[in-house]
Design a binder for this molecule. Structure first.
Ligand code: 4HQ
Length: 248
């Protein structure tokens, strides 16, 4: 997979891309991340990338010319690659959106700064807009990094074989079950017996139920779409009933 980033601050990506899983993915040729400095596409002597907004008001707006030139240069003749603007106005990033992006061989991330980009950037050169959540960042860079991280781990071979990306919580539509490792007792808190007994079917059933219990407690909205068996639906009904008894 190839990811191109357009940014005024290419160095912001140094840390996350040069450690751990993302570092190894690049070393193994599974992922290529290219950073492009938008300022390199300016033509005036001051290398301006922003200007005051027409109509007045505070702040600065990213100028259309350097940005569109940068996008067109980086994209080249590749009309398949999505050009994604990071913005609070975009569709909200979820595991489903990550899976969708992971289907592309290449995509381009455009990071705005200041109050945002001139509206004509969207009209000319953007194919998709994504928000990582309803809060305001100082720029699109950290949002771009979140997307790269979530998408890269979906590339086959990036996670070890034992950690197939489908296994984990959001992909299953449930939160994760509780995890334990050594020691067996910490400050009087024991690891659940079923995990020590070696009955793998019993472990699987326990983990599914604990995942359902947690999801019901913390994220009941996720249960509306979760794929549960008949037995698991009964388990859920029991949880709800026990809760109703306790609060009566
Ligand atoms: N931005 N998800 C860039 C965000 C944001 C978000 C605010 C994007 C500032 C210039 N991006 N502008 N939330 O808060 O993606």
């Amino acid at each position: 997979m190839e990811i191109d980033i357009l940014t005024l601050f290419p160095a912001m990506f140094d840390g996350p891309l040069t450690e751990s899983i993302l570092k190894r993915a690049q070393e193994n040729g599974l992922l290529a991340v290219r950073r492009h400095d938008i300022r390199a596409y300016t033509t005036d002597k001051h290398h301006s990338v922003d200007h005051t907004p027409y109509g007045g008001g505070g702040g600065m707006v990213m100028m259309v010319e350097p940005l569109v030139k940068a996008i067109e240069d980086v994209r080249g003749t590749d009309d398949q690659a999505p050009v994604v603007l990071l913005t609070p106005q975009g569709r909200v990033f979820t595991q489903k959106v990550a899976q969708e992006l992971a289907q592309h061989q290449r995509f381009i991330l455009v990071c705005g700064r200041y109050e945002g980009v001139d509206e004509r950037v969207r009209q000319t050169a953007i194919t998709d807009q994504i928000s990582i959540g309803d809060y305001v960042l100082t720029g699109g860079e950290l949002a771009a990094m979140v997307i790269i991280d979530a998408v890269a781990r979906l590339i086959p071979g990036v996670l070890g074989a034992r950690w197939a990306a489908e296994e984990d919580s959001h992909a299953m539509g449930l939160l994760e079950y509780p995890h334990y490792t050594r020691p067996p007792i910490f400050r009087g808190m024991a690891v659940p017996e079923v995990l020590l007994a070696g009955d793998h079917a019993a472990v699987d059933t326990w983990r599914r139920r604990e995942a359902i219990r947690r999801t019901w407690k913390q994220r009941p909205d996720m249960l509306l779409t979760a794929d549960l068996s008949e037995a698991e639906r009964w388990f859920l009904a029991d949880l709800a009933e026990a809760d109703a008894m306790a609060t009566d």
